[in-house]
Each structure stands twice: as C-alpha cells, then as structure tokens.
Design a protein around this ligand. Structure first.
Ligand code: ATP
Ligand code: MG
Length: 427
C-alpha cells in the first residue's frame, strides 16, 4: 500500500463546507469593485525573482526570508508571487497601459510566503487587491479606503478599526531614517537580533517589530508625522478630512510603517481584536515611486490587499451562517433503461432552466438507497423515473423537506411543473 501523501506545511484545502464563505466574500468584493468602476486584472502567479527584489526591497521580511524562489531548469530565476502589487505594476508597464494614464483595477488569488505557519498565517494564502495608477491627489487615497470600508461593511464585519499614517516623501523619509538610525543606534545594546540587522538596512522596520520587548524603545522613537514635509502634511490632512466627511472613523497611528519598502505618504491598515495576534485584515498605501523603480514612466499609485483567510475567520467568528449550494432536485433512476432516459430528461431540464440545480443518481441502487442519497444531497424534491413510470410516460415527484402528497406528472409537463414549484426563471 502506498504511503499517504500529506499536504505541504502551511497550505490548506478549502473544503466544500467552507466554500460558501469564500464565495460570499468574493461575490461581494466583485459587486463592490464594480460599483466603484474598478476592473479585474489577472496577473501570473510566477514572476522573475528580481521583480520582487527590486520592488518590495531587500530589507523586508518577504525578500529576506519568505520568498519561494527556484531556478527553472538552470535558466530563469523564478519566485511564486508573495503579493500582487509588484506583478500588477510590472504588467501595467509591459502592456503599455500607463500611456492611457489613469487606471483602477482589482485582483484576487493565491500568494506565497515561507512563513512560520500559525492561525491566520499560512504559506499559501489568498488576497483581494485594489490598485489605482496615475492619481496623485488625496482624493484617490480616500476613495480606495472608502471602497475597503464599504466592502467590510457589506460583509457585515464589526470589531474592525482603521489606522492611518503618512510616511512622507522619499526625501522626508530619508531624513527621518537618519533620525531613527541615530535614536536606535543609541539603544543598540537593547535591540533584538532582527532590529540590529534592520538598524542599518531599514530602521523604519524596527517600528514594525512584533517583539513585546522592543515596545518600550519603539515608544520613545521620534515620529515622522511631527516632521512631515508641508506637501505630505497637506495630503494627509486632506485625506483625513475626506474620511471625516464620509463618516469613516479612523485613528492616526504615527508608528504604522507597513512592511514593504515601496510605500510613500499614505499608509493604512484595518485591524481587528477578534483574531489574536494576526490582527491585520487589510493593509495598503501609496507607492508613488514603484512604477519608476521598475523602469516604467513615473506614475503615482496606491493600493491595498485584504487577507481572505482572515476575513473568512472573522465571518465564522461572527456566526455568519453559510448556505451551502445544495441541489434543488435529485433524480432517482431505477433500471437500466431509465438511466438513459433519465440522463436525457436531466439535460433537457438544465437546458430549459439554467438556474435549476439538479443532481442525478449515479451508480444504480434500489429505491431505498437512492432515496437516502436524495435526502443526504439536501435536495428539496426527488424526481423518480423507474420502469413503471417509463411504461406510463410519467415521472413521480416527491417533496423531501415538506409535507406534500407525492404526485405524478406526464414527462412532457414536468419541466413546467418544476419551474412553478421552484420559481425557476429560465434563460
Ligand atoms: P504581517 O505584518 O501580518 O506579516 P504583512 O505586512 O506581511 O502582514 P501584507 O503584505 O500587507 O501583510 O498583506 C496584506 C494582508 O494579507 C495582511 O494584512 C493579511 O491580512 C494578509 N496576509 C499577509 N501574510 C499572510 C499570511 N502569511 N497568511 C495569511 N494572510 C496573510
Ligand atoms: Mg508579513
């Protein structure tokens, strides 16, 4: 006997019983994107490794230790995408789309990071992304945050909170970086290993440290918001004003920096207190330098990514009740001849009523077995076609979930009868 093959660490199957929550999330996301005029963009799951090195930055968790990278047949250096923004920016440039100037897109799919697996943190996980290119002003920052707020609200999620901050321009950020290097340098002996490494590579990342021992030192660090350049200040104030007039509650969190190097000015996160330490469900920011950094025409950009697993966990936590996609009708077929005619009948019904959900009994079995299967399928009605019914040109119809007398219906009338019973709409 062959040994059972286990899934890889940190990757998960979404079982049919869990699928409704995913479908709900994805359906609402599609509707909300459409309502803001964002179009779907699908990008590859594999890209050249250097795309992520050049965009995300060397001193980030992702590039330092989380990428799944390999050399393909001794030729291409390939990485499984750890996030979508870099690939979308690359695709915008490769396809010359930025010549048209302004684009608002979304994307959804699996991402890969070699992290230590734990609840809410996986090696293959899924994100929903929104990205906008070519808009420099704070109005798009407001719109894209409002979009995320509407999506979370439509999902019925509570216990979430919006944090916002500004990282300034590359210049004000560079000056701030020097301040931080000096501050943390003076506390070098107290820094943990990660922070020591970041001290000269990317001291902003120390602010993002998840080590509780670092909190006291982080709390004393200078704040960028206090020395923000005038234009970034104005941009940030205008965003906050937009959020207030839209009635979106937010908290200014001056230590919010986000893990990726490419952010400028606005950064934000939606966090929850319902999921323990993996508390961020959606995160994003402005990346005005990214497209230029990847060799494209200088183009401002902004986006966010939402972790689908964490959203599904929140839905479950809040008692969201799934409605599984059950068949409405189960077709019971007893006898070899009825199997052929039953397949034909099933196809005719599906042709007539595209919204009908019909499951056909497969693999034979007597009436009792087939009725058990019909019941287990969750169907509301069983349609029965046996030798006796065939001989008389009828099908029997039996309600499985309500008290209704069993009825017989001529084969050529069953389509109309089902449509009336189930409220089918047709093509
Ligand atoms: P963290 O600080 O939690 O590692 P991050 O800064 O790496 O987060 P982003 O790259 O901003 O996260 O990703 C956006 C969202 O994607 C996160 O807020 C989270 O909801 C989700 N996410 C990120 N990494 C994972 C993962 N390994 N497993 C599940 N969801 C994830
Ligand atoms: Mg991370």
């Amino acid at each position: 006997m062959g040994k059972i093959i286990e899934p890889l660490r940190g990757v998960h199957d979404v079982l049919p019983e869990a699928a409704p929550a995913w479908q709900f999330l994805e359906r609402i996301a599609r509707e909300v994107f459409a309502s803001y005029g964002y179009e779907e963009f699908r990008v590859p799951v594999i890209e050249q490794t250097q795309l992520f090195q050049r965009s995300i930055g060397d001193f980030t968790d992702i590039v330092e230790k989380e990428m799944f990278s390999f050399i393909d047949q001794g030729e291409d250096h390939i990485t499984l995408r750890p996030e979508a923004t870099a690939g979308i920016a690359r695709a915008m440039i490769s396809n010359g789309l930025l010549r048209e100037g302004r684009l608002r897109v979304w994307c959804m799919g699996p991402m890969f990071r070699r992290e230590r697996p734990q609840a809410g943190r996986y090696r293959q996980f899924h994100q929903i992304d929104a990205e906008a290119f070519g808009f420099a002003g704070p109005d798009i920052d407001a719109e894209i945050i409002l979009l995320s707020a509407r999506l979370l609200r439509r999902l019925g999620l509570s216990r979430i909170k919006l944090l916002v901050n500004s990282l300034g321009t590359p210049a004000s950020r560079a000056a701030y970086r020097d301040q931080l290097t000096a501050y943390f340098g003076a506390h070098e002996a107290e820094l943990d290993e990660d922070s020591k490494r970041r001290l000269h590579g990317n001291p902003l990342r120390i602010l993002d440290s998840k080590n509780p021992d670092m909190q006291r030192i982080v709390a004393g660090a200078p704040l960028l918001l206090e020395t923000l350049d005038a234009e970034s200040r104005q941009h940030f104030d205008s965003l906050c004003a937009h959020l207030r007039s839209a009635g979106i509650a937010y908290h200014v969190e001056p230590r919010l920096v986000r893990g990726l190097d490419y952010y400028t000015r606005t950064v934000f996160e939606w966090t929850t207190d319902a999921l323990g330490s993996q508390s961020t469900v959606c995160a994003g920011g402005r990346y005005d330098g990214l497209v230029g950094q990847l060799g494209g025409p200088s183009t401002p950009g902004i986006g966010w990514a939402m972790g689908q697993e964490r959203i599904v966990m929140l839905l479950e936590k809040q008692g969201w009740v799934p409605s599984r996609d059950r068949p409405q009708v189960y077709l019971v077929l007893v006898g070899e001849r009825s199997e052929h005619q039953g397949f034909q009948l099933a196809e005719q019904l599906r042709e007539a009523w595209p919204d009908l959900k019909l499951q056909v009994n497969l693999g034979g079995g007597n009436f009792k077995t087939q009725f058990k299967r019909a019941d287990k399928s969750g169907a509301q009605f069983a349609l029965v076609l046996g030798d006796d019914e065939m001989a008389r040109g009828v099908v029997a119809l039996k309600a499985l979930r309500q008290e209704l007398a069993q009825e017989e219906c001529p084969v050529d009338r069953i389509s109309e009868r089902l449509a009336a019973l189930l409220g089918l709409k047709g093509a």
